[in-house]
Design a protein around this ligand. Structure first.
Ligand code: MG
Length: 285
């Protein structure tokens, strides 16, 4: 199922998208969901039954403002170098374990909201990624059971200031400027998407820059949840961003980076298109 967090000028709410219609979930007997509900098979079954019975109200799916499924993650854990084609473009060896870094939860921004290009950097880059949203507290989880802890999958654009990232020798600043984590436009459960076999693509001003598949993962979703949950307890609302394929701007010759005025579309098959304009920072326009 495809869950959508959205607003129509009132409070944020959850709906389920089906056949181009959006069905608000506020009227369900169990009430609107939180992220643990979305990971709960009995809640999902209740939504599915209500959909089949025509028991939910409906509206057009395209006239709402979509929001990031998790506005304030407890943490955003990112995997670096997790696609074979991205390792190749950097002449990097395939790592023997997932390489992790943190991105500030405050960097989250909504679909269609701007990515603000900071004045402090000249090298703002894009990275389309499949995002895993945790729905159940996970500690020392086996890969074989990892899916039980996942509320669903979304799209993250792991926007990166390359000069900050490379100059600092660690990733936090370059990855964490405000608005550097666009997320959305939906949260899709694994009964309708296999996260380890979906196509991923990123376009800037309509031109394809990254095009791959999560079949290229070095460590798949299940292995990544196992590995991270063995290090840090994952809680509902934590987000794992699973790495990006080849084609990022900094490794083009010449580099092909984001500038104010650009429009970025990050697409993951079965989830949707996450679109954001790039704007200059206030005072820098
Ligand atoms: Mg990344």
């Amino acid at each position: 199922m495809k869950f959508v967090r959205y607003t129509t000028d009132a409070s944020p709410q959850w709906g389920v998208e089906h056949d181009s219609k959006l069905h608000p979930l506020s009227g369900l007997p169990d009430g609107p969901p939180d992220l643990s509900d979305l990971a709960n098979p009995s809640y999902r079954a209740a939504v599915r039954r209500a959909l089949q019975d025509g028991a939910l109200p409906s509206r057009a799916a395209d006239d709402v403002r979509r929001l990031a499924p998790v506005p304030q993650p407890g943490q955003i854990v990112c995997v670096g170098l997790n696609y074979h084609d991205h390792a190749e473009e950097q002449d990097e060896e395939v790592p023997d374990r997932p390489l992790l870094f943190a991105k500030s939860p405050s960097a989250v921004t909504n679909p269609d909201d701007p990515i603000v290009h900071p004045a402090a950097t000249d090298e703002v880059d894009y990275e389309v990624e499949l995002g895993i949203v945790i729905g159940r507290t996970a500690r020392n989880v086996d890969a074989a059971n990892a899916r039980e802890y996942v509320a669903g999958y979304t799209i993250v654009n792991d926007v990166s200031a390359r000069d900050a990232q490379f100059d600092d020798g660690q990733f936090f600043r370059g990855k964490s400027y405000d608005t550097f984590a666009p997320m959305g436009p939906a949260l899709v459960t694994d009964d309708s998407v296999d996260p380890n076999t979906v196509d991923v693509e990123l376009r800037v001003n309509g031109e394809v820059k990254q095009s791959s598949s999560t079949k290229e993962f070095i460590f798949d979703v299940d292995e990544v949840v196992e590995y991270i949950s063995g290090i840090t307890t994952l809680r509902p609302g934590d987000v794992i961003s699973t790495g990006t394929p080849g084609g990022v701007g900094i490794f083009q010759d010449p580099p092909d980076l984001l500038e104010p005025g650009d429009t970025v579309e990050a697409e993951v098959e079965g989830i949707g298109v996450l679109e954001n304009p790039v704007v200059a920072a206030e005072g820098d326009r």
